[in-house]
Design a protein around this ligand. Structure first.
Ligand code: MGD
Ligand code: MGD
Ligand code: MO
Length: 759
């Protein structure tokens, strides 16, 4: 395929995992932790008394058992537990203008933040301040707002349940529901789409269900990189002989073959286990068409079966007893022609029918999906089509079957559960008001995109980031950076320096916090926090390393400090609450009855599972039924991609969202660089380009210049580049209008030879 050698680009022939993974961990430990530091952390990850891995949200039976190896979990831990530090001398040496020119990798790689900082505009430098001054400064700026809705309270999904709960309490007492959060950019399509379908915005399966399923469909997610511990689960599924069907525009090695570093025989013999039993390279943005095609094939086969005296392929008792909307779905599917399905999905009717056949021949099916489904203009509808497909054969709410959204951040689901939402339910606000004796605001607030637009338009003037790096994570950096720079107040609570900290406002404060791996002492007692994984399991997490600096504070303590300064007449006993996190958990239980006996149940090995109604076929919808929801047509992209290519943005193997651990993307065969774009060879030819050419990616009047084209095994009509660099191609207005998620994975583009050769 490749007609000339390209620097740093060489197809990768091995399986996922294996010796490459072990080598990568050794490198991460060496480059971040050094010889002297404490590598105990790696071994206590996900152990009964240890901390929850700050990587992904894949569940962990091993909170009850032995060590589970995960290359990218190890990278997340070494990145946090690094020996490198940025101290006051660092900031004296580097102006903000200087730091702004540093790549994102270098900013975080400089090390852990050690002291609270305040921006001094005259010197163009961050200078250390003490905590009390920091809180007083922030409190004064918050109180100076003309209206509480001028503040934006952002949350990234690493925050524990305890921190997130206190944070939303503070913001609601302050008087706003402005809760932009990382979920708005991630699984919002799930949070908005699934409740309409099945009454809950979460997955319905547990890890045990994977032991009983007959087929797993993996649509639009890349577990080898983003949920590596899932490969162990898929390995077991494969070895049991159950089918694994993949739909992904890119051939991802982590879905093809896995060499388990924990199986000595596999390692010693260089053996591996095949994962996908069939791999379909659906077009970027072609999933709604593909899933509707599967439903069409299923309905067709069902009718055939009935005509030949069979009992049909649908679960008719389930449909009759539990659902509404079947006739409308059937009518919509009948009205959707195969030509449209084939054109949009890039798959043939034959292929789609083969996928559907695996689906209807399996008694119990799990469908897993990730960002490939959610980050589109119609991500919400995509999710609902998956729910439709499952419901047609009663594949929800029974053993071995269900829907499995692969969540992102390790506690993004928990943050939502404990109240981080811009569209709160009235019943929840009433319980908040009763628990605290306050009056929460009722007006709905801003999501992530809304918050940036409000800042851009001058309606919002203050921002607090509880973790994360929103300015880099969201679309349209140019508009976003300008919006941040107009603020009166920018507060970043974080572990490491990132670009959002450098977007200085009239008042800018950076507050360094403890990470998951570190000991959190309050009132002389070691505290633990709790998190909820992708499968609604809540468990405790307790750090064991000495904090990176004696001046760090925990997220709950920082929130309490801000709250007391901003709300001098607060009705909340902030100091009392943070003295003992059991007290925060008691409050959570008071507001959310599903957390009954929270402090007792969290002591159980492995924690406890929160109620998910749909798992028991209890549908928490207005009419108590699950709903088939139609999506007329097949165009996820509202015609924007007609006649052009569709670009998707993906994570490399060496990154955690905006955190870049290194410049390699091992399984995709890229080393030492990120300035590449993956294109089908025929599409390159169509634009008169060749493998290795330096090109510009163009979307409307936006240009992402100077990228090297790689001829790659990607679906025709589809192009992939790395997140976050490609965010410059996406306007703030380009988002799913039902759930607000930017259409990070359906950007209409054309390609051209680079205007000028790079210097
Ligand atoms: N190591 C590591 N772990 C992580 C993260 C990380 O950055 N690094 N991020 C965390 C977070 S916040 C999240 S949300 C998850 C993300 O986990 P994923 O959902 O796996 O994330 P992405 O890298 O965005 O990749 C999605 C996959 O979808 C495919 N894809 C792209 N467009 C389409 C499409 O239109 N249709 C289909 N069917 N597939 C498509 C891509 O080829 C890719 O394989 O991982 C979490 N875990
Ligand atoms: N183009 C494109 N854009 C995307 C995506 C995409 O696929 N394509 N994916 C989207 C998704 S799924 C997500 S979730 C968002 C991610 O958006 P965010 O959650 O905002 O971003 P992160 O990169 O995870 O945040 C990294 C920062 O978090 C801070 N941090 C790390 N650990 C801690 C901690 O324990 N406590 C605190 N307080 N801070 C900590 C560090 O300072 C670090 O710099 O990006 C979205 N943006
Ligand atoms: Mo995410």
């Amino acid at each position: 395929m490749a007609d000339k050698p390209v620097e740093g680009v060489k197809p990768y022939g091995g399986p996922a995992g294996g010796w490459g993974a072990l080598r990568a961990v050794a490198t991460a430990v060496r480059s971040q932790m050094g010889a002297s530091t404490d590598t105990r952390a790696l071994l206590s990850m996900n152990q009964p008394d240890g901390f929850d891995c700050p990587g992904c949200a894949w569940p962990d039976p091993r909170h009850t058992s032995s060590f589970e190896f995960c290359e990218n979990g190890a990278k997340a831990v070494t990145w946090e537990a690094t020996a490198k530090k940025v101290d006051p001398e660092f900031f004296a040496a580097h102006s903000v203008a200087d730091l702004w020119t540093w790549p994102d990798f270098d900013l975080e790689n400089a090390g852990r933040l050690t002291v609270p900082l305040r921006y001094d505009a005259q010197a163009d430098r961050f200078v250390p301040i003490d905590w009390d001054t920091a809180f007083a400064t922030i409190g004064a700026a918050m109180r100076a707002m003309e209206h509480p809705d001028q503040m934006e309270f952002y949350t990234s999904g690493r925050a524990s349940n305890e921190a997130a709960f206190l944070y939303q309490t503070m913001a609601r007492e302050f008087g706003t529901n402005n809760f932009p959060d990382c979920s708005n950019m991630c699984h919002e399509a799930t949070s908005v789409g699934l409740p309409q379908s099945i009454g809950v915005g979460k997955g319905t399966v547990t890890l045990e269900d994977f032991d009983h399923c007959d087929a797993v469909f993996c649509i639009g997610h890349n577990p080898g990189t983003n949920h590596p511990r899932m490969l162990g689960t898929l390995r077991e599924v494969s070895r049991r002989g159950a089918a694994i069907i993949v739909a992904n525009p890119l051939k991802e090695r982590g879905l093809e073959r896995f060499q388990d570093p924990q199986v000595p025989t596999e390692m010693a013999t260089f053996g591996s286990t095949p994962l996908a039993s069939a791999y379909y390279q659906v077009k970027v943005g072609g999933d709604a068409a593909m899933v509707k095609g599967m439903i069409k094939a299923l309905l067709h086969a069902d009718a055939n079966d009935l005509a030949h005296g069979g009992t049909g392929l649908l679960d008719r008792p389930f449909i009759a007893e539990h659902t509404a909307g079947f006739d409308a779905l059937k009518a919509d599917i009948e009205a959707t022609p195969w030509v449209a399905i084939e054109r949009r999905s890039g798959l043939s009717r034959q292929d789609i029918t083969a996928m559907a056949q695996v689906y209807w021949q399996a008694e119990r099916v799990i469908i897993c999906y990730g960002m490939g489904i959610t980050q589109h203009r119609h991500g919400t509808e995509n999710v609902q089509q998956i729910a439709n497909l499952l419901m047609l054969r009663g594949n929800i709410g029974r053993e071995g079957a269900g829907i499995c959204p692969l969540r992102g951040h390790s506690n993004v689901q928990g943050d939502r559960t404990v109240g981080i939402t811009e569209i709160p339910a009235e019943s929840f606000l009433q319980r908040m008001d009763t628990a605290f004796g306050m009056t929460s605001p009722r007006k709905h607030g801003h999501s992530a995109v809304d918050s940036i637009i409000a800042m851009r338009d001058g309606r919002s003037k203050g921002f607090i980031g509880l973790g994360g790096n929103l300015a880099v994570a969201i679309s349209d950096p140019e508009a976003t950076f300008a919006a941040f720079r107009k603020l009166d107040l920018n507060v970043q609570i974080c572990t490491k320096l990132n670009r959002t900290c450098l977007l200085t406002a009239r008042e800018t404060v950076v507050l360094p916090c403890l990470g998951r791996t570190e000991q959190d002492y309050q009132d002389g007692k070691l505290q633990s926090v709790t998190v909820e994984d992708s499968m609604s399991m809540v468990h405790a997490s307790r750090g064991l390393l000495k904090p990176a600096s004696p001046d760090l504070r925990s997220e709950p303590a920082i929130i309490a400090g801000i709250a007391k300064a901003a709300l001098p007449d607060s009705v909340v006993a902030w100091d009392w609450l943070i003295e003992d996190y059991d007290r925060i958990r008691d409050k959570i239980e008071q507001v959310f009855p599903d957390f009954y006996d929270f402090n007792i149940r969290v002591l159980q090995k492995g924690g406890f599972r929160l109620r998910v109604g749909a798992s028991d076929r209890e549908w928490d919808t207005p009419d108590g039924k699950a709903h088939f929801i139609t999506f007329p047509g097949t165009d996820e992209d509202d015609g924007k991609s007609d006649g052009v290519l569709t670009l998707t943005t993906v994570r490399s193997h060496d990154q955690y969202n905006t955190t870049i651990y290194g410049m390699n993307d091992r399984y995709r065969g890229v080393t030492g660089r990120r300035d590449v774009v993956f294109v089908h060879p025929d599409d390159l030819a169509l634009f008169g380009l060749r493998h290795g050419d330096v090109i510009d990616i163009v979307s409307g009047d936006r240009v992402f210049a100077g990228q090297t084209a790689i001829a790659y095994g990607i679906a025709r009509g589809s192009v992939a580049a790395y997140y976050p660099e490609a965010n410059r191609l996406i306007a703030l207005e380009d988002h799913d209008h039902k759930c607000g998620t930017p259409s990070y994975k359906s950007v209409p583009v054309t390609l051209r030879a680079a205007a000028a050769p790079p210097a």
